[in-house]
Design a binder for this molecule. Structure first.
Ligand code: C2O
Ligand code: CU
Ligand code: CU
Length: 517
């Protein structure tokens, strides 16, 4: 694979540009599929670059997302305040970049919300441009979803109030104003939502924030020669999605984190616009996956590597007492961009074919076992699920198309239009939604406002780690994924969206909308 060329910060090979100029974009996905020589044909434009530091000592320590419990008002409502603002931060060591952030220059807090509680989040938009804040994964009414229909004008304040109904899980929030989502996320807007279920208080999972419970936001970005975050989309970005050559963890490149010698829970979020990430730890340190997007798995699943698509999350437990004290282990990431992503990656089958691995971060096992450490991971976990739809259930089909010879992406042959509602669903209905990928690219699909689980991939039942509640799932090239969908509880004329979470595909129209009638 061609390494990003230093003199070309964007990393687009000249040859690749020539291919695009010739209008032969179609050659790229086909070549990738033909036989794994995707590196030689230059089809994957931007490779992740390994950082140069070798020892943990020269590295900056991992910034923690600030855990925010909000405040309870007299009515028992939990209140949070977010301010979307501009700032400046050193994402790369020693380089100041202009950024966007929530309650700070970059990224945002982790809002800890509780199932069964009325929650109120006030958002102040001080960006100087329109934004919105979407609660990705939370099952909330369309009116407060924070999608493209709840724009917040510059200077304005928007309040979302809802009851938390989700299972305990790791969700996140990010901007979603139509057409600017990709750019605003790359500029730094993303935060976490930690959903707790008070009924599960005694569950033996690591839960000391920043000590044995660590949130990791993984994102790729690229920078101009003078340190600006570069979101000038290339022709290839418009097809494959934005790809950066630097991988950042909680906003900085190649950080180090000091771990205690005990079981630690990592809440992993792929916050990239378009890049799939295949993650592994150290020299074959097992990750015990306990949750995916929507909540716990019925039992922990041992994973040697985990592939996450944009918008996807996983919670894993790692036993750092297996690492000799003072030693360090690395989290390695191999990344592929949207066009190249398919070919088995979504099934978690190891590293994306041919893409180079880089060090995402270093974990130095330098702290003693802490009070409150769990003795052993639970053998079973409390799962919430939705029933399997019966034979009479409504079946809806979503054909995913586009990207061939153009950067137009469609769902059922249509590009997103704010004013057009594509379909209506009844409230609280159990339906079957089929996502048919007719392209040679993988599309990580996401639906707002509903609960879902995977019924099958090309007819086959999903593996254990793909079960449970989901809100984002990849549809591999030419694959059909069938989902069980529980529609929203209440009727509303405000549209909810479903879209590809490759944010450039979303911004280019790979989004549809529905109302609950
Ligand atoms: Cu994470 Cu519609 O978005
Ligand atoms: Cu969402
Ligand atoms: Cu897509």
């Amino acid at each position: 694979m061609s390494k990003a060329i230093e003199s070309q910060p964007v990393g687009v090979s000249l040859r690749r540009r020539a291919i695009i100029a010739a209008g032969a974009v179609i050659a790229m996905p086909l070549a990738a599929c033909g036989g794994g020589s995707m590196m030689d044909d230059g089809s994957m434009d931007v490779d992740l670059r390994d950082d140069t530091s070798t020892s943990p000592n020269g590295r900056r320590s991992l910034p923690l997302l600030r855990l925010d419990d909000g405040v309870l008002d007299i009515a028992g409502r939990r209140e949070f305040a977010l301010r979307a603002q501009r700032g400046s931060a050193q994402l790369l060591d020693g380089v100041d970049s202009a950024t966007f952030g929530y309650n700070g220059p970059l990224l945002g807090p982790a809002l800890r919300v509780r199932k069964g509680e009325v929650t109120r989040i006030a958002v102040q938009n001080d960006l100087g441009e329109t934004t919105s804040v979407h609660w990705h994964g939370l099952v909330v009414p369309a009116e407060v979803d924070g999608g493209p229909h709840q724009p917040i004008a510059p200077g304005a304040r928007w309040i979302a109030e809802f009851m938390v109904v989700n299972a305990a899980s790791t969700c996140w929030f990010h901007p979603h104003a139509h057409g600017s989502t990709g750019r605003q996320v790359v500029a730094g807007l993303a935060g976490m939502l930690v959903v707790e279920d008070p009924a599960l208080e005694g569950l033996a999972l690591p839960s000391l924030w920043g000590v044995d419970d660590l949130a990791l936001v993984l994102q790729d970005k690229r920078f101009t020669a003078n340190g600006r975050i570069d979101y000038a989309l290339t022709a290839n970005d418009r097809v494959s999605g934005y790809a950066g050559d630097r991988l950042l963890v909680n906003g900085i490149s190649g950080p180090v984190w000091d771990a205690p010698a005990q079981w630690v829970r990592l809440r992993l979020l792929n916050g990239c616009n378009a890049r799939a990430l295949s993650l592994r730890i150290g020299d074959a340190l097992p990750m015990l996956q306990v949750a995916n997007e929507g909540g716990f798995l019925a039992a922990p699943v041992v994973r040697m590597s985990i592939t996450l698509w944009p918008g996807e999350r996983a919670e894993v437990l790692v036993d750092f007492s297996r690492v000799a004290g003072g030693q360090d282990v690395r989290i390695y990431a191999a990344g592929a961009n949207g066009a190249m992503g398919g070919m088995g990656m979504g099934m978690g089958m190891g590293n994306p074919a041919g893409s180079a691995e880089v060090t995402a971060m270093v974990i130095r096992v330098s702290r003693a076992r802490q009070a409150g450490a769990i003795a052993a991971p639970p053998e079973r976990l409390p799962v919430e699920s939705i029933p399997t739809p019966g034979a009479a259930a409504t079946v809806r089909t979503f054909n995913l198309d586009g990207g061939m010879m153009s950067s137009i992406f469609t769902i059922n042959d249509r590009s997103f239009e704010m004013a057009r509602v594509d379909f209506t669903v009844p409230a609280r209905a159990l339906e079957v939604w089929r996502f048919v990928n007719r392209t040679m690219m993988a599309h990580p699909m996401h639906v707002h406002g509903v609960q879902m689980s995977i019924l099958s991939r090309d007819g086959a039942a999903p593996p254990a780690h793909e079960r449970g509640l989901r809100d984002t799932f990849v549809v591999e090239p030419m694959q059909t994924v069938t989902m069980a969908v529980l529609t929203p509880a209440a009727a509303s004329a405000v549209p909810l969206v479903l879209h590809c979470h490759n944010l450039e595909h979303e911004d280019a129209g790979m989004m549809a909308q529905f109302v609950v009638g």
